[in-house]
Design a protein around this ligand. Structure first.
Ligand SMILES: Nc1ncnc2c1ncn2[C@@H]1O[C@H](COP(=O)(O)OP(=O)(O)OP(=O)(O)O)[C@@H](O)[C@H]1O
Length: 229
């Protein structure tokens, strides 16, 4: 059997030696999706930051693609695509230049075709020549998500990808993530969206300061319902 794409065992994450949540244990295999759910500030983004190598764990074990996380390694960088922050764009590159650079930078063949297709799928064709600061926040979000799909990957890490998307785009994102799994990709996402959770994920982790628990998608959707203001 192939190794898990992500294996976290009693993973402790935090800042300056202070954990933000209880230790997290979960496994994510190829062709599957795991969601992190929990209240604002519970630690979901912090776990994701550790998985993509932006934050050193405070304790426990974390393996991505069968090895300790090393975001400087070529193998890691070529296989892990992430969309975490809203401002991770080049302000002086147009939407299409941004996607083209991402694709070409990762050695994608036929980058022109890939970019055209992403512009269509993410509803950005009319904004292909716009600079990111001139986009609406939802359009910028679409750009960042499109960039996450513009490059090869085995693991896709998304932090609340539903944020600022309209309903139609959320549905298209869900379809895309299901297709990602069918193609053998693994998806790890933090979300507050029960519909996205139920449509895409196979399992969820409830991130909490007292104890973290692995839940079914239905159980996790109920947790989101309870924790939403
Ligand atoms: N750079 C940082 N330095 C210190 N503490 C931080 C830092 N970033 C986040 N925190 C704190 O860590 C805790 C967890 O934050 P995190 O962003 O992981 O939560 P979250 O579950 O993703 O929340 P949300 O649902 O609001 O996005 C919060 O108390 C937050 O204030």
């Amino acid at each position: 059997m192939s190794k898990p794409v992500v294996r976290a065992q009693d993973l402790l994450v935090g800042y300056d030696g202070a954990p933000v949540c209880a230790p997290v244990t979960f496994t994510l295999n190829a062709g599957k999706a795991v969601a992190l759910v929990g209240a604002n500030g519970s630690g979901k983004s912090t776990v994701l930051r550790a998985v993509i190598g932006l934050l050193e764990p405070e304790g426990g074990t974390l393996q991505v693609l069968g090895a300790a996380v090393d975001e400087r390694s070529v193998a890691f960088r070529t296989q892990v695509s992430s969309v975490l922050d809203d401002d991770a764009y080049f302000p002086a590159l147009t939407v299409s230049e941004h996607l083209y650079l991402t694709a070409r930078g990762h050695g994608v063949r036929g980058a022109d075709t890939v970019v055209e297709s992403l512009l269509t799928d993410f509803g950005l064709t009319d904004h292909a020549r716009s600079l990111p600061p001139a986009l609406s926040s939802g359009q910028r979000r679409r750009l960042l998500l499109a960039a996450g799909f513009a490059r090869p990957r085995s693991l896709l890490v998304l932090d609340e990808p539903e944020q600022r998307l309209d309903h139609a785009m959320r549905d298209r994102l869900a379809d895309r993530l299901v297709a990602e799994k069918r193609a053998g990709g693994a998806v790890l996402l933090a979300t507050h969206d029960p519909e996205l959770l139920l449509a895409v994920t196979d399992r969820a982790v409830h991130v909490h300061e007292d104890a973290t628990r692995v839940l079914s998608p239905a159980e996790a959707a109920a947790v989101i319902g309870r924790e939403q203001p």
